[in-house]
Design a protein around this ligand. Structure first.
Ligand SMILES: [Zn+2]
Length: 109
């Protein structure tokens, strides 16, 4: 028994398996068309997940800033670290999601 990579999800599976144990794709009746559709669906799901994360990141970023200004937070208090931490991590997650989206678009070609 040899171990191969699933043509759909690229995870390691047995070459004797009829279905992939990870993504459950039918390996017996596998054809190009199905594979392409699966890949497209996978990409759409991925980009949606990234968009959700970038939305959360925006909320964290804006939330941190708004909290800081509305509450007139003094430096050194826990509110200060909370708002600064939220804004900074929101900003960083946002950058990461942007890079991921660019990479995802590039892999379409
Ligand atoms: Zn698979």
């Amino acid at each position: 028994m040899a171990v191969i990579n699933c043509p759909n999800c690229r995870k390691k599976i047995s070459d004797k398996a009829k279905n992939c144990s990870h993504c459950e794709i039918d390996l017996v009746n596998l054809d190009e068309e199905k594979l392409t559709i699966n890949k497209q669906v996978d990409k759409i799901n991925k980009s949606q997940r990234i968009m959700t994360w970038s939305f959360i990141a925006m909320l964290m970023f804006c939330g941190g800033f708004l909290f800081y200004y509305w509450k007139n937070v003094q430096p050194g208090t826990w509110q200060y670290y909370l708002s600064a931490g939220s804004a900074i991590s929101g900003f960083m997650i946002y950058i990461v999601t942007r890079v991921q989206l660019i990479l995802l678009k590039r892999s379409n070609k």
